[in-house]
Design a protein around this ligand. Structure first.
Ligand code: CTP
Ligand code: MG
Length: 344
């Protein structure tokens, strides 16, 4: 079958069969959050030993999707009572704040080493956000996780994504399909040479759903850490309706939206204003800004613009260079032929 611009498109019956296979395979796996709850307990014990006033919160995919995908890492942030009480406050970005976060994470790393001498530990201070990376041991301890400190934005943006994904039964499935595809193609930042994080792909999924009016806008201010549980409740996945037919149609529509309708030259994917209203010009994300801007020496690109809902002036798609944008388009074209490689 041929679509717009004469490109070949996978037959929808094949896409439906492939999507249904993907869902069956996921549903046959263990997706409950028990392994995460166990790690949460162990991390809590170490945090308690370092500073009993701090509480580890779980965010990232466990919070966003309400499940634990085997092999996925777990994201923790340790928050103080003040961080939690002021649950809508902006995160500090100063070097002093980063220094204090690093100090806490260093002390935590020492406590983790004492308790779990088989775990691999690395403290990374030079990133935008200081992070303690831990590779768990065998068995239940096999879960790897990242710990950050005093930053509420991850907890808030995960709750925001979750509030969207619970509005529409296909949404979580779409997120999982897109994430898996982005990792397989190497477009996901977790893969060497990749450029958009799973977080960025999730914002793209939500932006698409908003554009199609399949979900309604959730005000960003509504996410308050004071109302969010440190351990996000498990949300079992349900078999998609009509054997995944609606999901298959949505998946292909997601691809064609980003290939043929979204206008990267002018438009910004944003969850802050009504979908379609945010332009690069409004945010001054221009060619001139691109030439000037750098974060820790790395160039910022404004070719594929995803506005972070909580961080000021941050393009989540900043690593999409002109070359990577071309690659992204090629992969989207290929996804249209192969139903995101599910047919490959
Ligand atoms: N995050 C963020 N800003 C970024 C990247 C990530 O705030 N630029 C936060 C988000 O809260 C996100 C969490 O870090 O939910 C984890 O990011 P990521 O690992 O990209 O997403 P996951 O949904 O955890 O996906 P994966 O299964 O690939 O780990
Ligand atoms: Mg993660």
């Amino acid at each position: 079958m041929k679509g717009k611009a004469g490109r070949s498109i996978a037959a929808i019956s094949d896409v439906r069969a492939a999507v249904s296979r993907f869902c069956d395979e996921q549903l046959s796996r263990r997706l409950d959050t028990h392994p995460v709850a166990e790690v949460h307990q162990k991390v809590s014990a170490c945090v308690q030993a370092v500073d009993p006033t701090m509480t580890p919160y779980i965010f990232g995919s466990t919070a966003v999707l309400g499940i634990h995908e085997q092999g996925s890492d777990v994201d923790f942030v340790c928050l103080s009572p003040t961080d939690v009480q002021d649950g809508k406050g902006a995160d500090a970005v100063s070097e002093v704040a980063k220094g204090l976060q690093s100090d806490f994470l260093f002390r935590l790393s020492e406590a983790v080493k004492r308790e779990h001498y088989l775990w691999g530990i690395e403290l990374v201070r030079r990133t935008r956000v200081p992070v303690l990376r831990v590779k768990g041991g065998l068995g239940v301890d096999g879960v790897s996780f990242d710990v950050t400190a005093n930053r509420r934005n991850g907890v808030r943006n995960s709750a925001l994504l979750r509030a969207y994904f619970t509005q529409c039964p296909e949404a979580r499935w779409l997120s999982m399909l897109v994430k898996q595809w982005s990792k397989k193609t190497g477009l996901n930042a977790s893969v060497d040479g990749g450029c958009i994080t799973s977080y960025g792909w999730n914002i793209m999924v939500v932006y698409y759903l908003l554009r199609r009016r399949l979900v309604t806008l959730v005000p960003v201010e509504s996410c308050d850490v004071a109302d969010i549980s440190p351990m996000p409740p498990y949300m079992p996945l349900e078999t998609p309706q009509q054997g995944g037919q609606g999901l298959a149609d949505m998946l292909m529509d997601f691809v064609s939206y980003y290939l043929d309708e979204f206008t990267p030259e002018t438009e910004v994917m944003s969850l802050t204003r009504a979908a379609g209203e945010t332009t690069k010009e409004m945010l001054s994300w221009t060619k001139q800004a691109e030439d000037m801007a750098r974060i820790r020496g790395e160039k910022i690109h404004y070719r594929w613009c995803i506005e972070d809902p909580y961080e000021y002036d941050l393009n989540v798609g900043r690593n999409v260079t002109p070359f990577k944008l071309m690659l992204l388009r090629k992969h989207l074209e290929r996804a249209q032929e192969t139903a995101l490689l599910l047919l490959a």
